[in-house]
Design a protein around this ligand. Structure first.
Ligand SMILES: [Zn+2]
Ligand SMILES: [Zn+2]
Length: 130
């Protein structure tokens, strides 16, 4: 039985700019265009490991984010970028990042939810203000 697709979560065009490192561009069936940096996608990686890490970070509290990073200035770390991308069925893309991480499978659904623009933040990521 086909799942009725929310046009907001149905891509009509997906461009993954691996060689230029420019990120991912998606145009959605509702006409919305999203752009994602690979570094952003790496941060928002949906795999269990990264989910855990994010939750831990969140539970430590947003009040002291500076304490989360090492007090000593870390050595310059190149921004992660994607080395390759694999289409998973007709619903997701798996990204292999330059830091060796490749367990993240980004469903189109998820892509739309993490669209970095303000409109999508409002539409998909509204959290109780606290
Ligand atoms: Zn991950
Ligand atoms: Zn958006």
């Amino acid at each position: 039985m086909p799942t009725p697709l929310d046009p907001r979560k149905k891509p009509t065009s997906i461009k993954i700019h691996i060689s230029s490192g420019a990120g991912v561009d998606i145009i959605w069936a509702d006409g919305h265009a999203s752009h994602y940096d690979f570094a952003y996608l790496r941060e928002e990686c949906p795999c269990a490991t990264c989910n855990d890490a994010r939750e831990k970070k969140a539970s430590l509290g947003a009040s002291a984010p500076a304490l989360l990073s090492s007090p000593a200035l870390p050595m310059f770390k190149p921004k992660p970028r994607a080395q390759s991308a694999t289409q998973i069925g007709s619903y997701a893309i798996q990204l292999n990042f330059s830091d060796g991480h490749s367990t993240g499978i980004y469903s189109y659904d998820y892509f739309r939810i993490i669209c970095p623009c303000a409109d999508c933040a409002k539409a998909f990521r509204t959290v109780a203000a606290g």
